[in-house]
Write a protein that binds this ligand. Structure first.
Ligand SMILES: [Zn+2]
Length: 140
């Protein structure tokens, strides 16, 4: 597994074991060939999953404790991360990917974990079971 700057593998491992527990198939981890190097990629259903560390991605819900020294440096670094993630998101969506983003804090709450599992199941459903398909759009 390659080390992704500013991201703890502990967090990724929790996501991997969650997916394994859901008995989902057809996913791979740390796909460096996909925009933004998602933590998880489902090639078949074209779903990517990112798990974002609350500190590194400037989570709006968690209080960020920036280091006392070099505050500007950290502010800039984090806002660059946020901008980069937004750009990746846009490109992925344009390329037809379904993007699931999970916050670090969501993984520590049982209710949120339940909701995440639901989101992932919904996203990775076979295309024929999704409410909106390309075919139905064409008939308009
Ligand atoms: Zn957070």
């Amino acid at each position: 597994m390659q080390a992704v700057k500013g991201k703890g593998t502990r967090l990724e491992k929790r996501l991997f074991s969650m997916l394994a527990g859901m008995k989902l198939k057809g996913w791979r981890r740390n796909a460096s060939d996909v925009t933004g190097k998602p933590d998880v990629v489902f090639d078949g259903s074209r779903v990517v999953i990112f798990i974002d560390g609350c500190f590194w991605h400037g989570c709006p819900y968690c209080e960020r404790k920036l280091p006392e020294t070099n505050r500007d440096y950290w502010e800039r670094k984090i806002s660059r991360n946020v901008e980069r993630a937004k750009a990746h998101y846009q490109r992925l969506v344009n390329d037809g990917w379904v993007v699931v983003r999970i916050w670090e804090h969501e993984m520590s709450n049982p209710d949120s974990r339940k909701e995440i599992r639901l989101r992932i199941r919904q996203a990775t459903k076979p295309r024929s079971q999704k409410p909106m398909t390309v075919e139905t759009e064409k008939t308009w």
